[in-house]
Write a protein that binds this ligand. Sequence first.
Ligand SMILES: [Zn+2]
Length: 114
Amino acid sequence: MHEMGIVVHLAKTLDQTAKEEGLTKIGSVTLQVGEVSGIVTDLFTDAWDYFKKKYPVLEESELILETIPAVTWCDSCKRTYETVKYGKEWPYCHPGETWLLRGNECIIKEIEAE
Ligand SMILES: [Zn+2]
């Protein structure tokens, strides 16, 4: 379970941030999750709901997940395309030199303190 590891890390980071900033309660956390990051949002939310109870500052916080669409770059034709739609097989030139431009990230976008 990949999600649990990220949630544990996220909760620790937020707990630390709250201490540094002197926050007593975090209301919501907005997380940007890449489309091909391998994170299953349902599992992630479940793990969060379970784990946040260990930290008083996070106890009532709500996790908001935003999806970042995945984009792949083709170096042969200098174009980008939707990763999920085409996979590694960019239909307009093959074999293309392709790599993932974005869509693999997991970033804290916003923290709302109460
Ligand atoms: Zn190409």
